[in-house]
Design a protein around this ligand. Structure first.
Ligand SMILES: [Zn+2]
Length: 204
């Protein structure tokens, strides 16, 4: 056990403070299930912990507000792309960024209309992010990557360019040049990369 729980009166409900032997100076907070965990260094004085908890809770809430704002932007982008290239027919119930997709750029659950994009796309050219978003939107209309799917995708003007970009990234990751694929032999194995550069394995 690398931490002990600090019994501190007056904590906001649902907050647990842990002392960590491994943590020397910095204090951190994160959500775990329905609770908020604050981790403080082993040696931090009890009197110092309370103010840190208040400050960290404020920062955590601000970060979550920002994340919701960018999810809203993404949903707005989805609406625009659906209108522009899919006759407005794709109407996702939610579109959001996720940080737990390491091998996929995006995914879609047609049953409930939800779309998730990997936050590894953040910082990539806008037409590439648009392409991934449109790809997932098109899955709300057509499952799989057959001719009907390609018919919709063909309406996207920068299709070839965006696919080439992602194929290049996948290639680099597969060879351990990027962080996501490093130390993972066989990452982006041949079946993950369509020969035509559509990066089929990383878009679902
Ligand atoms: Zn797909």
């Amino acid at each position: 056990m690398s931490h002990t729980v600090v019994d501190l009166p007056g904590l906001p409900p649902g907050v647990e403070v842990r002392r960590s032997a491994r943590r020397r100076r910095t204090v951190t907070a994160y959500r775990e299930g329905g609770r908020t965990i604050v981790v403080v260094p082993q040696r931090m004085a009890r009197a110092d912990i309370g103010p840190y908890v208040v400050e960290l809770m404020g920062r955590l809430e601000a970060r979550e507000r920002r994340a919701r704002a960018t999810d809203d932007e993404l949903a707005e982008r989805a609406r625009l792309l659906s209108g522009r290239h899919l006759e407005g027919r794709a109407e996702p119930t939610s579109v959001r960024w996720v940080s737990n997709q390491h091998r996929r750029w995006g995914s879609c659950t047609p049953a409930d209309g939800t779309i998730r994009l990997s936050d590894r796309l953040v910082g990539m050219p806008e037409h590439v992010i648009d392409y991934v978003l449109l790809h997932e939107l098109a899955h709300l209309l057509v499952p799989g990557h057959g001719p009907k799917f390609e018919e919709w995708m063909a309406r996207y003007p920068r299709l070839v360019e965006a696919r080439a970009f992602l194929a290049g990234v996948d290639h680099a990751l597969g060879h351990g040049l990027g962080d996501a694929g490093a130390g993972e032999p066989g990452a982006a194995a041949p079946q993950d990369l369509a020969a035509d550069g559509t990066a089929a394995g990383t878009l679902f």
